[in-house]
Design a protein around this ligand. Structure first.
Ligand code: SF4
Length: 364
């Protein structure tokens, strides 16, 4: 069976812009400067200027001589995606809509907490996976995002919220989650490049432990992710503990069922004190029944994991409902009494359609 996710997702048409500097590593910046006859430290300054200072215009690079700025301006762009919409939620989170070079749009969500800031990034425009409870899945896949377009979401959100990057331990820690639009394992090359850039000490220096990638269960991608070191932490969007139901709401399960998924999780190389996050969306009368929780227990009992129960975030036309509070707490109790670490994750930004499964851009 050939599915949309068996095929590579379309890439950005390379003719749309000049050099995509946001996608470049420090080494690539140095190479560029060498070609221009500049010393290596100019490449480091370029990378730091973009990632730490968030300079997006050549005029801001006052550390460069004017003739160099003019030469650079003729050859490359620092294209931060343009923010076209900001929607603030009552819970403090903000959904941002980013317009990309080809006019397509993706969304990112800024979520402040007392002790950290979490940024939720999109990795693709649309998604090929077709999960029936997810607004993004309805869009189909348009194309992969480049690493620079993911970095642009981060820098754009930090700039919008005036987040200070001093490099000191007292800075509010940043967490990154690849849980926005798209299946990150369907775009792993660009996602890993952005991971490398986000964690680079000459850039934001975000610890690998603070970067999480969430997959719907693309087994070959999980295996491939396990070959990288360092790599993001793995979260698996499970959402069903019985094959018949999971196949109905997550078509990926028709190719890699729960047994294949579990095998891939068990062979995933975890470090000491590392666990996998199992995310489980509670859909009223579909995935929230006691029998579903028993199935979840069977799936999770021998996996080093934490379980996040996520009450469904309603969106127009989904046809699904949110379980009652008493049902949610019953699910939690069934799991917790066996010693599993379980929490109920109240998605942030529900009133602005910025919560899990609600991110979608309509075509104009
Ligand atoms: S839940 Fe994730 S993998 Fe599934 S369709 Fe939505 S964005 Fe894609």
């Amino acid at each position: 069976m050939v599915s949309a996710w068996d095929q590579p997702a379309p890439e950005l048409n390379g003719d749309l812009g000049r050099s995509d500097l946001l996608s470049w590593s420090p080494e690539e910046c140095v190479n560029w400067m060498r070609k221009l006859g500049q010393p290596d430290y100019r490449g480091d300054q370029l990378f730091r200027g973009i990632h730490q200072q968030r300079w997006s215009r050549w005029s801001q690079f006052s550390i460069f001589p004017e003739d160099l700025r003019t030469a650079l301006a003729g050859q490359g762009n620092i294209d931060f995606p343009v923010i076209t919409l900001n929607q603030s939620s009552q819970d403090g989170s903000t959904k941002h809509v980013f317009k990309l070079r080809d006019g397509l749009e993706v969304e990112g969500v800024f979520m402040p907490y007392p002790n950290r800031i979490t940024l939720c990034l999109s990795s693709q425009v649309g998604c090929a996976m077709g999960c029936t409870f997810c607004a993004t899945g309805d869009m189909g896949i348009k194309r992969n995002l480049t690493a620079g377009e993911m970095i642009g979401q981060v820098l754009g959100m930090l700039e919008h919220h005036r987040y200070k990057t001093t490099g000191r331990p007292t800075d509010t820690p940043l967490n990154i989650v690849f849980m926005g639009m798209g299946e990150p394992l369907h775009n792993l090359d660009h996602v890993m490049k952005s991971f490398h850039l986000l964690s680079h000490p000459k850039g934001l220096g975000i610890s690998a432990k603070r970067i999480t990638l969430s997959t719907s269960g693309l087994v070959p991608g999980i295996d491939r992710l396990g070959t990288y070191s360092p790599r993001p932490k793995l979260a698996v969007s499970l959402n069903g503990s019985q094959d018949d139901y999971r196949s109905k709401i997550m078509p990926v399960n028709r190719v890699w069922n729960l047994s294949a998924l579990k095998e891939s999780i068990l062979r995933f190389p975890l470090g000491p004190r590392e666990w996998i996050t199992l995310e489980y969306v509670l859909l009223k009368n579909i995935t929230d029944r006691p029998s579903d929780m028993q199935g979840l227990l069977r799936f999770a009992h021998d996996i080093p994991c934490k379980i996040n129960l996520i009450p469904f975030n309603p969106h127009e036309g989904s046809g699904f409902e949110t379980p009652s509070e008493s049902r949610i707490s019953q699910c939690c109790q069934i799991l917790a009494q066996t010693g599993l670490i379980v929490s109920v994750r109240r998605s942030r930004g529900q009133d602005i359609a910025g919560a899990c499964g609600q991110l979608v851009r309509e075509e104009d």
